[in-house]
Design a protein around this ligand. Structure first.
Ligand SMILES: Cc1cc2nc3c(=O)[nH]c(=O)nc-3n(C[C@H](O)[C@H](O)[C@H](O)COP(=O)(O)O)c2cc1C
Length: 399
């Protein structure tokens, strides 16, 4: 089985009994169709970004800076899409990014996503802001490769408990997200005064934590049934978190430790200095700062700063197999899908997520064959050309 068998499967089903794919094979078209099906609060929370949306647009526009210059007759009949991240072999240079509150997209939520990750062999990252707990994910997808994401809240006992629970539920990698010392200014959510967590949506990891709940009861004495979200408002987030405190995480976690939300080469280096094993280059999909650098534009300098051997994952704006190819050529070891898989979830639950993963990976594998790359390591900047941005420069031309 190769990833691009999906292409043959789609053509064969059409030929044999006229069955067409349930969802679009163009991921940008799929995105638009999914957005159209969401109710307005979910659409606002998922699709919209910080401020005027400039960072989110810059994330997509950054891919337009580059084009593939394919090489011919290299005899790539069986491309090897596998990659190694901190000693662990993965079947594809792809993982699912931690995305909270997935019940806004589909009632099967994170469990469906984890099952799709399991069936395709792609790592699933469990957001701390999920609508089900670490343990429920382990039950739903026991054979999945599971990564846990942490927001470092102002309740150290709960942080320690999250780490212990994640480790015993089989999560082998911890992602510390550092780009959210506060929530960004998100006008679409503000216009509706919609913050899911404050309404008790997306705090399942907290409400399933006995220590958190007993501290919530001890602290919030006036709010009846709402104690869990009210206590959440007290402890989230942790704006004073600094490098010294982040460094203490190394002694609290035995597995692989990744730092997510890095955009500057010095921060990448600092992360390694304080004990992280790898970097996730990300700007949270443009949900935090308006008018920030497009994430792909930040990637090459970070690779140069940390050298060839440090694992770098990339997200923010990644939608297609060609995007993944481009990010790898610019220095990533793997890409992470965020909204891209969430739109598949919105349209078709577990099968929708599978469709997105298989479509992205099919296109990626076909692109390896078409561009002349036998292995992921063969995907280098020599296979890219910079596109002349024209007289008005990069993204400015579209604004
Ligand atoms: C609805 C939504 C919820 C998210 N929740 C989290 C989260 O809980 N933790 C986290 O580290 N990142 C979170 N992210 C950011 C993603 O991990 C990822 O960085 C982002 O989606 C990448 O941008 P893209 O979706 O435009 O590709 C969230 C993103 C979205 C769209």
């Amino acid at each position: 089985m190769t990833w691009s068998d999906y292409q043959g499967e789609i053509y064969r089903r059409g030929r044999e009994d006229g069955t067409l794919p349930l969802w679009a094979c163009n991921m940008l078209e799929l995105e638009q169709r999914a957005i159209d099906t969401l109710d307005s609060a979910a659409r606002g929370y998922i699709a919209a970004s910080a401020g005027n949306g400039r960072t989110a647009r810059a994330n997509r526009d950054a891919f337009e800076d580059w084009a593939i210059t394919p090489r011919m007759l290299r005899g790539v009949s069986a491309p090897d899409t596998s990659t190694v991240i901190h000693g662990r072999s993965l079947p594809a240079p792809l993982a699912l990014a931690p995305v909270g509150v997935q019940s806004l997209a589909h009632p099967d939520a994170e469990q469906a996503t984890a099952r799709a990750a399991q069936s395709t062999g792609i790592p699933y990252s469990h957001s701390l802001a999920a609508t089900v707990s670490f343990e429920e994910i382990a039950l739903a997808a026991p054979a999945s490769t599971r990564w846990a994401q942490l927001y470092w809240i102002r309740d150290p006992e709960t942080v320690s408990s999250f780490l212990a629970r994640a480790a015993s539920a089989g999560f082998d990698t911890l992602i510390l997200t550092v780009d959210t010392p506060v929530l960004g200014w998100r006008p679409t959510d503000l216009d509706r005064a919609f913050l899911p967590f404050a309404e008790g949506i997306g705090i399942a990891n907290y409400t399933s934590d006995a220590g958190y709940m007993s501290r919530a009861r001890a602290t919030i004495t006036t709010e009846g049934a709402d104690i869990a979200p009210r206590y959440w408002e007290r402890v989230f987030p942790h704006a004073s978190l600094d490098w010294a405190e982040a460094a203490t995480l190394r002694s609290m976690w035995d597995g692989t430790l990744l730092i997510k939300g890095i955009q500057h080469p010095d921060d990448a280096q600092r992360g390694l200095d304080v004990g992280f094993d790898g970097i996730i280059v990300s700007n949270h999909g443009g949900r935090q700062i308006d008018s920030a650098i497009g994430s792909l534009r930040a990637l090459p300098a970070i690779r140069t700063a940390v050298g060839p051997d440090v694992p770098i994952l990339f997200d923010s704006g990644l939608r297609t197999g060609v995007d993944l190819f481009t990010a790898i050529a610019l220095g990533a070891n793997a890409g992470m899908l965020g909204r891209a898989f969430l739109y598949g979830l919105a349209l078709g639950g577990e099968e929708g997520v599978e469709h997105v993963i298989r479509s992205v990976m099919s296109e990626f594998e076909l692109t390896m064959m078409l561009a002349g790359a036998h292995t992921v390591a063969d995907i280098t900047p020599e296979l890219l050309s910079r596109v002349d941005p024209g007289p008005h420069g990069g993204r400015e031309r579209r604004e």
